[in-house]
Design a protein around this ligand. Structure first.
Ligand SMILES: Nc1ncnc2c1ncn2[C@@H]1O[C@H](COP(=O)(O)OP(=O)(O)O)[C@@H](O)[C@H]1O
Ligand SMILES: C=C(OP(=O)(O)O)C(=O)O
Length: 809
C-alpha cells in the first residue's frame, strides 16, 4: 500500500475543489466529494461531527491542508470505531507508511477516507456537505461544536447521499432535488473543475484489497458519462442560474480536455493529479495556495498567447504574429523604487546610495507577503524557469512566478530556455515574484510610492509590486549578476551587447539604454552573441540572456531588417499602437510611450551564435554614448586610460521613456554605462575592466550615436544609423585603425580624419556645427565641466593618468 494514493493518482490536497464541491463531515476531517445521484435510502442523521480547529487554522493561515505526523491538524485520530463512519464503512487497512494527506480527488473520496495511515471505505450514511457551509460554521463557532452542525446541515438537507458502493445507479438521471447551488456557484468562473471519471485503480497491493477496489470501481461506472462536445456548448450557452441535472453537470465538467478555450475551465484539465515539485516548493517557500490557484508551469508560447488574449486587457496578435501587450501606467523602469534588502551577507559589498537604497528585512517581508497574497487571489499564476548565463560554470537558475501571461512569455523569451530534461527537478537559485499589477502599500515604513522593485541577496528573491513593466524582471536579474559574478567568481559583468566576426574576433558594445547596443550588435556580417548583458570571464565572453529586448520606436524593415523580422509569433511587443483592423503596428506612434519594445528569443536573429558564448577575449571595445549636446565626435580611438575614464564616467543621455519620468534625452553620467544596475561600487568593475584590457590588449573606441551639428534641443540631427554602421564596419575591417588621426581639443580625444563610407565633415563636430564658433566653444566647455565635476567622486580611486585622460579646459 506504500503509495496507495499515488497509485490511484490522487492529488495531495483537494483544495483545488474546495469552493466547488461538497464535503463530507467526518470526525476530525473534511473530505470532499462531488454531488452524487440521490438514492432511495432513508437519510440517517449525522452521527459524527467534530470540527477540528486545526484544519481551520491551518487552512486560514496558508491554505495548507496536508496532514503529516507533525504538520497540520495532525491531532486527529482515526475514528474510534467503524460505526463512527457509518454502517457499512470498512477499514481497508493501513497504509504502509503514514499518508501525508487525507484529502484527495473527489471521486476517490467518494469511497475512501484517510485518517493518518488508516484507510476506510465509506458507508452510505455520510452526508455530503457544502464546504461553504462548513466555512460558515467555522466563522460562527471558534471552538469545537457538534451541536451546530446539524443545523447547518439541515439547510443543506437536499444534498444527495452517497450511494453505497455496489448499489446500482438509478436508470434515469436524477436531478438534485431542491439544490440551490447552481453551476455558477459550483463551478464558478474558469477554474476548479475536475472530471467525474472513475478513479484509476492501479493497486499493487494484496489481492483482497484489489478485489475491494475493483468492486468500488465497478459500482462507479454507471455514473460516468464520457465527454461530449455538445454538452459543453450547451453548458456554456445556458443562463448561469438555470438548474442543471447532476448528469449534465458531470458531462459538462468532463469536457475540459477536449477544449482549448479554457476561458471557463480549469487549465489543468480534468485528471486528478499529485502536486508537482514546483507546486510543492511554491507552497512551502511562499505559501502559494496551490489548490486554489492554478499554477501553470512552463507554459507553451501558444498557451500564453491564449491566456494573454483572454485575460489581459490590451493584448492582441499583430499582423506579423507577435503578441502585443500593454504594461499599464508604467512603461519604463522605476529606478527610484528599486531597493536592496540590507542584510549581513551582502551589506558590506553593496554600493549604497541613490542607486541601491536599503530596504529593511521587515519591509521586505511585508512586501513579499503582499505579493504572495496578491498571487493567491489569482485564478492562475505562471511559473517560468530558465537560466541566466550561457556559461554553465556560472549560470544562475531563475524561476519567475507571475500573474500575467505577458510577463511569463517575456521572461520565457529573455531567459535561456532549458531543455525539457533540464526542467525536471529544476532548482531555482533566484526566484522573482512578480505581482506588478498590485500596488505596494505606500504607508509601509520606508516606502515612498506604490511601486516596489526589491532584491534580497540573502533570500535570493526579487519581489515586484506596482509596476507591470516587464523590463524590471530582466534588469533585476542583471543586478543579481552584477553582484554574484564579481563577488563569487571574479567575473566581470557588463552592460553591453556582443557579436563575433567570422574569424572569431569579439566586439563588446557598452552603452546605457537607447545608445544602440541592440541595433548595432545585430549585424548581418557578424554573429550575434547578445544584445544587452554579458560577462567577461577568464576564457572569453558569455551572454546572460536567451533573448533580446529591442526598442521599436521608428523601427523599419529597411533600417533594421533583423530586428523587424524577429517580431513574429512568440515575440512580445510592448505598448505599441496598431491598427485595430489590419493589426499593422505603427512603430512611429509613441502615443503610449517612446519606449516601445519587443522581446524575442535570440534565435530569431538570423546569424546568432548558439550557445551565446565565445571563447575569445574581446578584440574591440565600443563605448556607445548618445550625446544630446552634439559635442562628442561620432568616433574616437581610446587609449587604455581614456577607456577607464569614459567607462567610469558613463556619459550619455537618458533616452525618453526607458525610465519613468524621462520624457526627452537628458544628459547623465551613468557609471560603467549601467549605473542603475550596479550592485557594487563602479570602481570595482572599472578596475576589473582595466586589468582585462591590459591582459588581453583590446582596442577601444568611443562612438557617439547621438546628435550632430547642434544639440538635440537646438536643431541637431541624430547621427544617421548608416554612418554609425559604416564606422563599425571600418573598425572591424581594420581600416579605421590605419587612417590618420587628429586631436579633438578640450576632450582629449583622438579622432580619425577619414572613415570609409562616412562624410569626412561629420567626423569633427566643430566642422558641422551649425551656429557660431563661440556657441560651439561654450557648449563644449559646459560639457567638459560636467565631466570634471562628475569625475571628482571617483578620482581618489584612479591613477593620475586616468584622471588626465578626461577633458581639460
Ligand atoms: N546612429 C545610431 N546608432 C544606433 N542607434 C540609432 C542611431 N540612430 C538612431 N538610432 C536608434 O536608437 C535606438 C537605439 O536603441 P537600442 O539599440 O535598443 O539601444 P540599447 O540596446 O542600447 O538600449 C534605436 O531605436 C535605433 O533605431
Ligand atoms: C531594458 C533596459 O535596457 P536597454 O534599453 O539597454 O535594453 C532598461 O534600461 O530598462
Amino acid at each position: 500500500m506504500a503509495t496507495l494514493a499515488r497509485a490511484v493518482n490522487v492529488p495531495k490536497s483537494p483544495g483545488i475543489l474546495r469552493r466547488h464541491c461538497f464535503g463530507i463531515l467526518v470526525p476530525g476531517a473534511l473530505a470532499l466529494r462531488r454531488p452524487a445521484p440521490a438514492v432511495p435510502v432513508n437519510p440517517l442523521p449525522i452521527q459524527f461531527v467534530r470540527d477540528d480547529p486545526g484544519i481551520a487554522n491551518c487552512r486560514r493561515r496558508n491554505g495548507c491542508k496536508r496532514i503529516t505526523a507533525n504538520h497540520g491538524p495532525c491531532g486527529c485520530e482515526p475514528p474510534a470505531s467503524l460505526t463512527e463512519l457509518g454502517p457499512n464503512s470498512q477499514e481497508l487497512g493501513l497504509a504502509a507508511k503514514p499518508l501525508d494527506y487525507y484529502y484527495g480527488h473527489r471521486d476517490f473520496l467518494d469511497h475512501f477516507f484517510f485518517v493518518k495511515s488508516h484507510i476506510f471505505k465509506l458507508g452510505p450514511n455520510i452526508r455530503p456537505y457544502s464546504t461553504r457551509a462548513l466555512d460558515q460554521h467555522r466563522n460562527q463557532t471558534s471552538a469545537t461544536s457538534v451541536s451546530s452542525f446539524p443545523r447547518i446541515c439541515a439547510s443543506r438537507k437536499s444534498a444527495p447521499l452517497l450511494p453505497e458502493p455496489g448499489v446500482s445507479a438509478p436508470n434515469t438521471p436524477v436531478s438534485v432535488p431542491t439544490c440551490t447551488r447552481m453551476p455558477s456557484e459550483d463551478f464558478d468562473g474558469d477554474e476548479n473543475i475536475r472530471a467525474q471519471s472513475p478513479p484509476k485503480m492501479e493497486y499493487s497491493n494484496t489481492q483482497e484489497q484489489q478485489v475491494q477496489v475493483q468492486q468500488v470501481q465497478q459500482s462507479y461506472l454507471p455514473y460516468y458519462q464520457p465527454p461530449r462536445v455538445s454538452n459543453l456548448l450547451q453548458y456554456t450557452n445556458r443562463p448561469q442560474r438555470s438548474s442543471t441535472s447532476y448528469f449534465a453537470r458531470a458531462r459538462m465538467v468532463s469536457m475540459a480536455p477536449g477544449s482549448v478555450n479554457r476561458t471557463s475551465l480549469h487549465p489543468h484539465g480534468v485528471q486528478p493529479r499529485e502536486h508537482t515539485e514546483i507546486e510543492q516548493e511554491l507552497h512551502d517557500k511562499a505559501h502559494i495556495d496551490y489548490d486554489r490557484v492554478a499554477i501553470i508551469q512552463h507554459p507553451s508560447v501558444a498557451a500564453l498567447y491564449e491566456d494573454a488574449l483572454v485575460y489581459e486587457t490590451g493584448t492582441a496578435i499583430t499582423s506579423s504574429g507577435a503578441l502585443t501587450a500593454y504594461s499599464g501606467e508604467k512603461t519604463g523602469r522605476s529606478p527610484q523604487d528599486k531597493r536592496i534588502v540590507e542584510e549581513p551577507g551582502s551589506k558590506d559589498e553593496i554600493w549604497w546610495g541613490p542607486v541601491n537604497k536599503p530596504m529593511s528585512p521587515e519591509v521586505w517581508r511585508i512586501n513579499r507577503e503582499r505579493a504572495v497574497d496578491y498571487l493567491n487571489t489569482r485564478n492562475r499564476i505562471y511559473v517560468v524557469d530558465g537560466f541566466a548565463g550561457w556559461d554553465v560554470r556560472y549560470r544562475i537558475n531563475v524561476r519567475v512566478v507571475c500573474a500575467r501571461a505577458y510577463h511569463a512569455l517575456f521572461m520565457r523569451n529573455m531567459l535561456i530556455r532549458p531543455k525539457p530534461e533540464e526542467l525536471v527537478h529544476f532548482e531555482p537559485h533566484y526566484t522573482i515574484y512578480n505581482a506588478g499589477s498590485f500596488p505596494a502599500n505606500r504607508f509601509t515604513t520606508g516606502m515612498t510610492s506604490s511601486t516596489s522593485v526589491a532584491l534580497n541577496f540573502a533570500e535570493k528573491e526579487m519581489v515586484i509590486l506596482g509596476t507591470e513593466y516587464a523590463g524590471e524582471m530582466k534588469k533585476g536579474i542583471f543586478t543579481v549578476l552584477f553582484y554574484e559574478m564579481p563577488v563569487k567568481h571574479n567575473v566581470l559583468t557588463l552592460h553591453s551587447s556582443a557579436n563575433e566576426g567570422k574569424n572569431g574576433d569579439v566586439t563588446l558594445f557598452f552603452g546605457l539604454s537607447g545608445t544602440g547596443k541592440t541595433t548595432l550588435s545585430a549585424d548581418p556580417n557578424r554573429a550575434l552573441i547578445g544584445d544587452d548583458e554579458h560577462c567577461w570571464t577568464d576564457t572569453g565572453v558569455f551572454n546572460i540572456e536567451g533573448g533580446c529586448y529591442a526598442k521599436c520606436v521608428g523601427l523599419s524593415a529597411e533600417k533594421e531588417p533583423d530586428i523587424y523580422n524577429a517580431i513574429r509569433f512568440g515575440s512580445v511587443l510592448e505598448n505599441v499602437v496598431f491598427n485595430p483592423e489590419t493589426r499593422e503596428v505603427d512603430y512611429d506612434d509613441v502615443t503610449l510611450t517612446e519606449n516601445t519594445r519587443c522581446a524575442y528569443p535570440i534565435e530569431y536573429i538570423p546569424n546568432v551564435k548558439i550557445p551565446c558564448i565565445s571563447d575569445h577575449h574581446p578584440k574591440n571595445l565600443i563605448l556607445l554614448t548618445c550625446d544630446a549636446s552634439g559635442i562628442l565626435p561620432p568616433v574616437s580611438k581610446l587609449t587604455p586610460e581614456t577607456v577607464s575614464y569614459h567607462f567610469i564616467s558613463g556619459y550619455t543621455s537618458k533616452m525618453a521613456g526607458t525610465e519613468q519620468g524621462v520624457s526627452e534625452p537628458t544628459a547623465t553620467f551613468s557609471a560603467c554605462f549601467g549605473q542603475p544596475f550596479l550592485a557594487l561600487h563602479p570602481m570595482r568593475y572599472a578596475k576589473m575592466l582595466a586589468e582585462k584590457i591590459q591582459q588581453h590588449g583590446a582596442d577601444a573606441w568611443l562612438i557617439n550615436t547621438g546628435w550632430t551639428g547642434q544639440s538635440q534641443s537646438t536643431g541637431g540631427k541624430r547621427c544617421p544609423l548608416k554612418y554609425t554602421r559604416a564606422i563599425l564596419d571600418a573598425i572591424h575591417s581594420g581600416e579605421l585603425a590605419q587612417v590618420e588621426y587628429e586631436n579633438y581639443p578640450i576632450f582629449n580625444l583622438s579622432i580619425p580624419k577619414s572613415c570609409p563610407g562616412v562624410p569626412e565633415a561629420i567626423l569633427n563636430p566643430r566642422g558641422v556645427w551649425k551656429s557660431s564658433d563661440e556657441d560651439y566653444l561654450e557648449s563644449a566647455k559646459a560639457l567638459a565641466i560636467k565631466f570634471q565635476e562628475n569625475f571628482k567622486k571617483y578620482q581618489d580611486g584612479c591613477t593620475k593618468e586616468v584622471i588626465a585622460a578626461g577633458p581639460q579646459i
